[in-house]
Design a protein around this ligand. Structure first.
Ligand code: AMP
Ligand code: MG
Length: 350
């Protein structure tokens, strides 16, 4: 299959381009498109056949449900068995935006889309191209991240092209995304709201709006937890770079010294080593390739660059990567959640 790559100007969306993409979605085909979090791989969410194509293109396990993207709040009412009161409050505060809500589904939503679950994940993305695509197609669009299963999520159209070229008919290139990590997922299907995946919208932000306690899925907190994560996708070793990745946590000077020591050791074994540094520490490492993820105080930049850096190390053919850790105040939990998974929870604490 030939994959058409279309440049699309978010500020001035070309009607013909979006129509061509929307027609593909309406015909049950796949289109990759930008959202504010990461690029999505979209298909008609209410068509079992269309959803199945997403799993095939990504190589995604069939028990890992898809997020349904909508452009109007009423579309949530169309597919939910009932809309919990918290959903309205959260939508008023955060939609369109990087928050996914889990609610009980009705019969319109096929089990192919929900990975066999009786609940459905729903989000209204805050990106003009995504919203126009949903509106013009007349569909609700099921869309997981547009990467091959197990690869870092794509934050640029070129990442999508590397993974999906020849597998899908169209990619809409709307430039680099703004946030760079996937949406926060909150489960509203039970009495107490629960975060199943940390993201840009934090527990504190959710609690402020809801005026009640929000808990965090115990299954995502510790790697060695006996509890299974409630979001099936969180149990997989996602976002794994080809090289062995190890996080080094602690006070900066000691982290730099330890990473340099470990690097020298690997290099003596004839291995090539990469380091994920910050603007502040970039010049202090002696490795085969050193990349800065951004300034340490700029957590938005760190989130935005994370997946791109992991992909760039894949291209550099390093054997091992050492990374500083980024438990920053606001979205640090989300950043560390992704990084720990990429590292298969290999952490050195000093
Ligand atoms: P992605 O779209 O690639 O960011 O992946 C979607 C994430 O949402 C995965 O981790 C899924 O397991 C999770 N998810 C989707 N639907 C549900 C649901 N009904 N219940 C729990 N988790 C879900
Ligand atoms: Mg994903």
């Amino acid at each position: 299959m030939q994959t058409k790559l279309i440049q699309i100007d978010s500020a001035n969306i070309d009607r013909n381009d979006i129509k061509e993409a929307a027609d593909l979605i309406a015909a049950g085909e796949l289109v990759a498109f930008p959202t504010e979090t990461v690029y999505g791989l979209g298909a008609d969410a209410l068509s079992p056949e269309a959803s199945k194509k997403i799993y095939a293109a990504k190589g995604r396990p069939s028990d890992n449900p898809l997020i349904v993207h909508i452009a109007r709040f009423e579309d949530l009412e169309r597919i939910a068995r009932e809309v919990p009161p918290q959903a309205r409050k959260l939508a008023d505060a955060f939609w369109p935006g990087p928050l996914t809500m889990i609610v009980w589904k009705n019969d319109k939503v096929p089990y192919e889309t929900t990975g066999g679950m009786d609940t459905v994940a729903v989000r209204m993305p805050n990106h003009p191209v995504a919203l126009r695509l949903i509106e013009e197609s007349g569909c609700l669009i099921a869309a997981p991240s547009a990467n091959t299963s197990g690869k870092p999520s794509p934050t640029e159209a070129s990442h999508v092209a590397l993974d999906m070229d020849g597998r899908i008919p169209m990619i809409l290139d709307g430039g680099a995304v703004g946030i760079g990590i996937e949406s926060t997922i909150i489960d509203l299907s039970e009495k107490t709201p629960m975060i199943l995946r940390p993201g840009y919208i934090t527990k504190e932000m959710l609690e402020d709006v809801l005026g009640e306690e929000v808990c965090i899925d115990p299954g995502i907190i510790a790697s060695d937890s006996m509890k299974k994560p409630k979001a099936p996708g969180m149990k997989y070793k996602h976002y794994a770079p080809k090289a062995d990745l190890v996080l080094v946590c602690g006070e900066t000077d000691r982290v730099v010294a330890e990473i340099n020591r470990l690097t020298a050791q690997k290099q003596r074994e004839g291995l090539r080593v990469g380091v994920i540094a910050t603007d502040e520490t970039l010049g202090r490492y002696r490795a085969d390739s050193v990349m800065s993820i951004g300034a340490r105080e700029d957590e938005d930049a760190i989130a935005r660059h994370l997946y791109k850096i992991l992909r760039e190390f894949d291209d550099l053919n390093v054997d091992a990567i050492y990374s500083e850790s980024f438990a920053t105040p606001r979205i640090g939990q989300a950043i560390m959640n992704r990084l720990l998974k990429a590292a298969g929870h290999q952490v050195i604490q000093i």
